[in-house]
Design a protein around this ligand. Sequence first.
Ligand SMILES: NC(=O)c1ccc[n+]([C@@H]2O[C@H](COP(=O)([O-])OP(=O)(O)OC[C@H]3O[C@@H](n4cnc5c(N)ncnc54)[C@H](OP(=O)(O)O)[C@@H]3O)[C@@H](O)[C@H]2O)c1
Length: 271
Amino acid sequence: MKDLTIAFIGAGNMARSLVNGLLAAGVDAGHIRASDPDAGQRARLAALGIVAVDTNRQAVAGADVVVLAVKPQVLGDVLSELPVEAGQLVVSIAAGVPLEALERWTPAGTAIVRCMPNTPALLGAGITGLFANPAVSAGQRASADAVLASAGRTVWVDDEDLLDAVTAVSGSGPAYFFYLMEAMIDAGEALGLDRDTATLLTLETAYGAARMAREGDEPPGRLRANVTSPGGTTERALSILDDGGVRQALNDAIAGAAQRARELAKDIGQS
Ligand SMILES: NC(=O)c1ccc[n+]([C@@H]2O[C@H](COP(=O)([O-])OP(=O)(O)OC[C@H]3O[C@@H](n4cnc5c(N)ncnc54)[C@H](OP(=O)(O)O)[C@@H]3O)[C@@H](O)[C@H]2O)c1
């Protein structure tokens, strides 16, 4: 991994996060390149010590891994003009762009990994779902994993359709937690706390609960049962959530997000 040359096409937020992660993981800055038409974006990445160039052609020439970090809407044009070389691994982080389209825009037999990262990747705390086409070798799979692992955890799926489920659970997932936080802050305020205090209580509780679920051995259902005493306050709150159909609504919301991911992929795939 440390010997690979990695080219980023598009030097925006995600590219910057991945570059920061790769540098922190010990990758030599001289092995990382990025291209972007925006001089400001290039300057921000050049400040990290990597090679910033203004044409995508310069970035891909001789690279081992080409990371597509442009918006999905421009990806078709970018990729059709990109001289992808034999043996290069193409890693797309563009949300919702199906492999079928990526394969159509690249030379036959190109090794491609399609990824679905999420926004906490910007802090190095993301999780990315990855799917490889059959042309990807074991070594290239490890390279793609290492690039995305620089922004958090990774999980591979063996069926591309499962990336829609990844999108619905973790891609859109941060927004579900923000929504819950907003509702808890509003409720705390309604009970007389000032907004800053309600926010502090909510955010620290979310952080602590996530750490317990992540670092302990017990699944969330057990952790919930552990803090729910019969006849107590938590039991009252949870029974009101159940009576309000919140669990079912979350199930429907995530299924709806997956359905929307399928629709969007179909639209992009036809372009
Ligand atoms: N941000 C997230 O949390 C997140 C999560 C999951 C997936 N993603 C995916 O990651 C990708 C990048 O997202 P982002 O948030 O990093 O977007 P971004 O900050 O807008 O970065 C994209 C960069 O690509 C540049 N660009 C536009 N046209 C180009 C071209 N022809 N050649 C090279 N570069 C070009 C843009 O320049 P201009 O600004 O001048 O157009 C911009 O600097 C997207 O496909 C998105 O779906 C992002």
